[in-house]
Design a protein around this ligand. Structure first.
Ligand code: B12
Length: 209
């Protein structure tokens, strides 16, 4: 667990745009006993959720929220030595957010967890057009597909994308996750698409490793 004072110092630096201070705090945590998962959930996820909360309450501007997200995405690059140190296992996962879904940090974390466990984690980012996703899957023949959803209104797009994937590829398991499922949708996934699963968090990915 990340010390509360360290977290608070990081959060203050993040919303003040002090990139170098964020970097120093992160590097100290990486040199200490903190795992990638702890940093992803206890530092990056927690701070972005707090950014969202501050934005909702008008305590920070949209510009500050954009800046905090950009800083976080840059800091995630510093995690790379930890991610690629693992021996490759010869498996591939394609991870994306569907068309209309611009939130991509969670999906990137999922792809990183696969990389850290020796898989090739192809990360396609946010707002991935359905046809392009299908084409990418066809070209790369992954062992698993992961889709991330944050905005509940994008659920119909997610479901139609999953149906298209299943239409073209009968046997590649699909996992889905993200904050949208706080509002519902888990049953639709389970009932409508073969070999499709909702996963609560990145910790649930351990079943694949
Ligand atoms: C950054 C941000 C944006 C950025 C995203 C940029 C980017 N590069 O990703 C931009 C500016 C695009 C944006 C836009 C919008 N946003 Co926004 N955004 C956020 C913010 C502040 C952070 C998102 C984030 O990265 N969180 C951190 C990641 C790590 O968390 P995560 O996605 O939940 O992922 C974790 C788990 O869910 C899980 N997971 C995620 N995906 C998957 C997939 C699988 C397979 C698995 C196993 C696990 C898994 O693992 C991750 C790690 O633990 C959130 C606040 C929040 N609570 O998250 C608001 C938030 C999500 N946004 C919100 C809103 C309303 C919007 C807009 C509608 C605003 C608007 N009026 O335009 C638009 C919608 C755009 C769209 N169509 O997608 C609301 C949503 C409210 C709701 N009830 O749905 C939030 C919660 C803010 C708030 N407090 O109100 N946003």
């Amino acid at each position: 667990m990340i010390d509360v004072d360290i977290y608070n110092a990081y959060f203050d630096s993040l919303i003040s745009g002090k990139r170098d201070e964020c970097r120093i705090i992160l590097n100290n945590l990486l040199e200490g006993r903190h795992s990638v998962e702890e940093i992803y959930s206890g530092l990056f996820e927690r701070s972005l959720y707090q950014v969202g909360d501050f934005w909702e309450r008008n305590l920070i501007s949209v510009a500050t929220e954009h800046m905090a997200t950009a800083i976080t995405e840059n800091l995630m690059i510093l995690m790379q030595p930890k991610l690629f140190a693992t021996e490759r296992v010869g498996k591939k996962a394609v991870i994306a957010s569907v068309a209309g879904e611009f939130h991509q940090v969670g999906a990137k974390m999922v792809a990183d967890v696969f990389e850290m466990n020796g898989w090739d984690g192809f990360f396609l980012g946010g707002n991935t057009p359905e046809k392009e996703l299908i084409r990418f899957i066809d070209n790369n023949k992954p062992d698993l597909i992961g889709l991330s959803l944050t905005i509940y209104f994008n659920l119909p797009t997610l479901i139609s994308t999953m149906k298209q994937i299943r239409h073209h590829f009968d046997d590649i398991p699909i996992i889905v996750g993200g904050q949208a499922f706080r509002w519902g949708g888990r049953e639709e996934i389970k009932g409508q698409i073969k070999d499709a699963f909702y996963l609560e968090s990145i910790n649930s990915l351990n079943q694949f490793f």
